[in-house]
Design a protein around this ligand. Structure first.
Ligand code: SF4
Ligand code: SF4
Length: 409
């Protein structure tokens, strides 16, 4: 089997996806070809720049990896200097990559911890359960310690930050035992969420979290396009030495890549993922970003933008992408949410729509959608949400389309 450097993108994508799924290949020729592909990806991407993260001042690659990344892409990421691993607890199921176990202290591994007794809306914080969970996952991953313990989905409101210290206490006990080092969270917005009485926006919660001073950094919803509210928070966070990591970064891009007519409008030599990465890692006020990739072709296309200048052609691509995404893909800010008389979980539904339409993960999206107690067909198309959406997204239409896509058996 021969895999040369002149493989066309589609062939390379198919090949690398198959190899990622198959592992390292079944014979030496495959293995050699696969190593060539990996090295080619690493050479094209180069070395990721690093930035200081939060008060610890840890030097972290501008793009961080995730526990769900295919093993071959973890290897390629490490060769490019990727040194922070979000959701490393997923390795309890799949096995911790050898390269990380062999050089454990060169990596920052984060465990993501959920509420118990329900989901992120209905579940509760429980000190002992969180403490036990971390200890159990440490045994299964053989990592020895986690650098960061992340409160997944974050707090419902500022009162919970102040009054429910169970997660912080679990962290403090584990820290005393040398099993975790830093506290962080990923924060969703809960304002107007019918299942979360007293829910507040992500910005309200995070502002208090920063002032509270216990957490070192946070993952927040952040993508290209105008977002003055989040930018204000990012400036505030930076002044306070609080680290920020962008998540849910690829708003609408999966759909763009499938639209030949749109792709033809982009300036020559640009691509949506590459322009996004350039923008996130050189222009945006965010410290680090997580961007999902599934194969070597996406690894090269997306990650080769890390730390590289946003050229005028990329800036134009971002403009075109923004215009397109503002009309089609929700940025998950939840600003519309409190104004829906039907209490439709707009942002949740449109988040699942993104999983299906952009990440092409229809199975997961449909499973999540099926778990909602109120779905998009509760929308009566009154339109009161639209004026509160910074994008003026045609929410009723988007919800109807999402319902058709996600409720199909
Ligand atoms: S249009 Fe639908 S989602 Fe928007 S406020 Fe009215 S009922 Fe709620
Ligand atoms: S529909 Fe608009 S206001 Fe609502 S969460 Fe999405 S982007 Fe924000």
């Amino acid at each position: 089997m021969k895999l040369n450097n002149s493989l066309k993108r589609r062939e390379f994508l198919q090949y690398s996806t198959a190899m990622v799924i198959a592992g390292l290949g079944s014979n030496l020729a495959c293995r050699a070809a696969f190593d060539d592909s990996l090295n080619e990806a690493v050479n094209k991407v180069g070395t990721f720049p690093r930035r200081k993260l939060g008060y610890s001042g840890r030097e972290v690659s501008v793009l961080i990896g995730a526990g769900g990344l295919a093993p071959s892409l973890v290897d390629a990421g490490i060769k490019c200097g990727m040194n922070y691993w979000h959701k490393a607890n997923q390795w309890a199921r799949t096995g911790t990559p050898e390269a990380i176990l062999k050089n454990r202290d060169a990596h920052y591994c984060q465990i993501t911890v959920d509420r118990i007794g329900g989901n992120h809306e209905t579940g509760r914080i429980d000190e002992q359960s969180h403490y036990d969970f971390v200890k159990e996952i440490l045994k299964q991953t053989k990592l020895g310690y986690f650098d960061d313990i992340q409160f997944h989905f974050g707090y419902h409101n500022t009162a919970e930050v102040k009054n429910d210290r169970g997660f912080v206490r679990a962290f403090e006990r584990l820290k005393k035992e040398g099993l975790v080092k830093h506290l962080c969270l990923s924060q969703h917005g809960y304002a107007g969420n019918a299942r979360v009485p007293g829910g507040q926006s992500a910005a309200e919660v995070l502002t208090l979290v920063v002032e509270d001073g216990l957490y070192e950094h946070a993952q927040i919803m952040y993508s290209y396009g105008e977002d003055p509210a989040t930018n204000r928070f990012l400036e505030f966070a930076r002044k306070k030495n609080f680290g920020t990591i962008a998540m849910k970064t690829t708003r609408g891009i999966g759909r763009m890549n499938q639209d030949t007519a749109f792709m033809k409008t982009l300036p020559a030599g640009t691509s949506p993922h590459n322009a996004l990465t350039r923008w996130l890692t050189t222009v945006a006020k965010i410290d680090l970003a997580v961007i999902q990739v599934r194969n070597f072709a996406e690894f090269i296309d997306t990650y080769s933008g890390a730390g590289r200048t946003l050229r005028s052609a990329d800036a134009r691509a971002i403009e075109l992408m923004t215009a397109r995404a503002d009309a089609t893909a929700c940025r998950l800010c939840t600003e519309c949410q409190p104004y829906c008389p039907q209490q439709v979980p707009i942002a949740e539904i449109l988040r699942f729509d993104r999983y299906a339409s952009d990440n092409r993960d229809l199975t997961r999206a449909r499973a999540l959608y099926a778990g909602l107690d109120r779905r998009a067909d509760a929308c009566v198309a009154c339109g009161s949400c639209i004026e509160h959406c910074p994008q003026k997204l045609q929410i009723p239409e988007r919800l109807a389309a999402a319902h058709t896509l996600l409720s199909r058996a």
